[in-house]
Design a protein around this ligand. Structure first.
Ligand code: SF4
Ligand code: SF4
Length: 363
């Protein structure tokens, strides 16, 4: 397998919410133009940009000016950028309604081009087939992602309780799917409470919109009939008192995300025209996004954005930077025990991309 090109636009200035300078935006714009150039866009079906809005109250990892730089870059690369979208979350982060997403977009002054990717009012895309190894036969793209002539996925790299890191593969294999497909993917990943570690503080209970958690005799209890496996309570527990019920299911979950990502990257409308691009933003992780071990969390020294047309190479490069930049161990970055090993191995085996990459530094 030949190495895929990954462009790393490293930020040399202090980091926003406070803002990158014009120099960085220019570098990002050029990288997107370079990688977007020559893609066979469909003029009638513009590119859609998936953007992570994040929850109200959290720092917005991907700022409007970065999104604008990506849009300008696409234009300079001869592409036709259309709507920006985010999708409904199965988590408890407060963006689980179309109204919540629209309000957040408005707060960020993004409403002009923003649409809800899987608005329940819209029809989702056609089913995309998965291999026979999967527990279910197909997944469905959100309506906006399904209709797009090209797709650019902008990801803020965050700790993820089941993957270690959420990046391009997770966005492709879960983030841009419709809500039902996301729930299907997560259904076997249910956490459980380690009662000796639980102090009964109730933080997890407050994050669970599915009412799956109760406090009994001073300890949290998860009702697995109600739990969707979103993992949000694991992030909320500062005592690391919640972990996967069955750790052996984690690799299966990761493989299914890889399968779904491969289906999107090979069967979607954007894939048919070869018009897919990805950007992973390495930013400081807000305290709210830290896992249970996050109290002494170390931020990586390196910050910026990595851009590629290969989601596997992009995530591998991102992961390698995180590993290299955390002398205290990744657990102090993510707060979770998991690493995205099975995700990347399965993506590699499916031919979704290359784990070899040629990292080009622009700073
Ligand atoms: S957040 Fe952790 S310590 Fe608090 S009730 Fe939930 S499991 Fe227990
Ligand atoms: S109990 Fe289940 S549904 Fe509720 S936050 Fe935790 S993982 Fe999500």
């Amino acid at each position: 397998m030949t190495a895929s090109q990954v462009i790393f636009c490293q930020a040399t200035e202090s980091f926003p919410g406070q803002g990158f300078g014009d120099g960085f935006l220019k570098i990002l714009e050029t990288a997107v133009a370079e990688l977007g150039c020559g893609k066979s866009s469909e003029a009638q079906n513009p590119w859609a940009l998936k953007i992570p809005l994040n929850a109200p109250g959290q720092s917005n990892a991907v700022l409007p000016q970065w999104i604008n730089a990506a849009r300008t870059g696409l234009k300079k690369g001869g592409q036709n950028p259309g709507p920006m979208f985010d999708t409904l979350s199965i988590t408890t982060a407060g963006l689980d309604t179309a109204e919540g997403l629209l309000e957040r977009a408005s707060q960020l002054d993004l409403q002009e081009f923003f649409v809800v990717g899987d608005d329940p009012e819209n029809q989702p895309g056609d089913p995309l087939s998965l291999s026979e190894e999967c527990a279910f036969p197909s997944v469905t793209l959100s309506s906006v992602a399904a209709a797009a002539g090209g797709l650019m996925l902008l990801n803020s790299v965050r700790p993820h309780p089941h993957l270690g890191m959420s990046g391009a593969l997770f966005s492709l294999g879960s983030g841009i799917l419709d809500r039902q497909s996301k729930l299907l993917l997560h259904r076997d990943i249910r956490p459980t409470v380690d009662t000796p570690l639980c102090a009964g503080c109730g933080s997890c209970l407050a994050t669970c919109i599915f009412d799956a958690i109760t406090i009994r005799a001073g300890r949290a209890f998860i009702d697995h009939q109600l739990c969707t496996g979103c993992g949000e309570c694991m992030t909320a527990c500062h005592l690391a008192g919640i972990s996967p019920e069955d750790a052996s299911r984690i690799p299966r979950f990761q493989k299914q995300v890889a399968e779904a990502a491969f289906a999107v990257a090979s069967q979607s409308r954007a894939a048919q025209s070869g018009s897919l691009l990805y950007a992973n933003f390495l930013t400081p992780v807000p305290r709210q996004a830290a896992g249970g071990f996050g109290r002494d969390r170390q931020q990586p020294d390196v910050k910026g954005v990595l851009v590629a047309a290969d989601p596997l190479a992009l995530d591998q490069a991102t992961w390698d930077i995180l590993v290299k930049g955390n002398v205290h161990g990744l657990r102090q970055w993510s707060g979770f025990l998991q690493e995205p090993g099975a995700l990347m191995e399965r993506a590699d085996a499916l031919g979704l991309g290359s784990r070899q990459y040629d990292l080009q530094l622009r700073a």
